[in-house]
Write a protein that binds this ligand. Structure first.
Ligand SMILES: [Zn+2]
Length: 211
């Protein structure tokens, strides 16, 4: 069995002194610190507790191994920084997504205005009645030769809605569900009828009485 090292030599006077002595008992000069072995488990503490864990790991080990203790502190500071950067990045992505949603809502409103305008042209160019159709939940029907059938910018499953007006050729009702709920409690809609266009907070249910 190798004999455990118990003594060292003073860096100043060369006297043999205790290995743990911080100051030489002979000449009183401070001894350079010999770093002790420190467990890597302290990194785990810094990773899990962030700044607090890093400070604890540093405070406990700073006299035993100053270099490694600083590393614990750095890890404890970096982990929360990574979290903060992640949170900021997701906030930016969410706000970009919101901007795209608003752009699509503008398209939806423009589409509904087109439906209203095409119906008016159809009405006055023809027999003084609007295009009638059974209910549709996947888009709006074509308005004569003036406007093609329209679907939501996110696809037919998102649904532009057309309410049945087969019994009332003097009325019609089409609406889009908007992504941005605005001041509405749950959902905002943009509807087109013989009266023009309107924002609504509840979906219309009657093609002969849109709003
Ligand atoms: Zn000495």
């Amino acid at each position: 069995m190798p004999e455990e090292k118990k003594n060292k030599f003073c860096s100043n006077c060369g006297a043999e002194i205790d290995i743990k002595a911080k100051i030489c008992p002979k000449c009183g000069v401070e001894q350079p610190l010999i770093p002790e072995k420190v467990s890597n488990w302290w990194y785990i503490l810094a990773i899990f507790l962030g700044i607090v864990g890093g400070i604890i790991a540093w405070a406990v080990n700073k006299d035993r191994n100053p270099k490694k203790a600083i590393h614990f502190l750095i890890v404890g500071l970096i982990i929360p920084a990574i979290y903060i950067i992640g949170i900021l990045a997701s906030i930016v992505l969410v706000s970009l997504g919101g901007a795209r949603g608003k752009a699509r809502d503008a398209m939806r409103q423009a589409d509904m205005r087109q439906v209203a305008t095409a119906q008016e042209i159809y009405y006055y160019d023809g027999e003084k009645k609007y295009v009638t159709n059974v209910a549709k939940t996947d888009g709006t029907p074509a308005i004569g030769t003036y406007l093609d059938a329209l679907i939501d910018p996110q696809g037919a499953t998102k649904g532009y809605n057309w309410l049945a007006n087969t019994t009332c050729d003097q009325k019609f009702c089409a609406y889009a569900t908007l992504e941005n709920k605005g001041t509405c409690a749950t959902t905002r809609y943009f509807a087109a009828s013989e009266k023009g266009t309107k924002e609504l907070c509840t979906a219309p249910t009657d093609g002969c009485a849109c709003f």
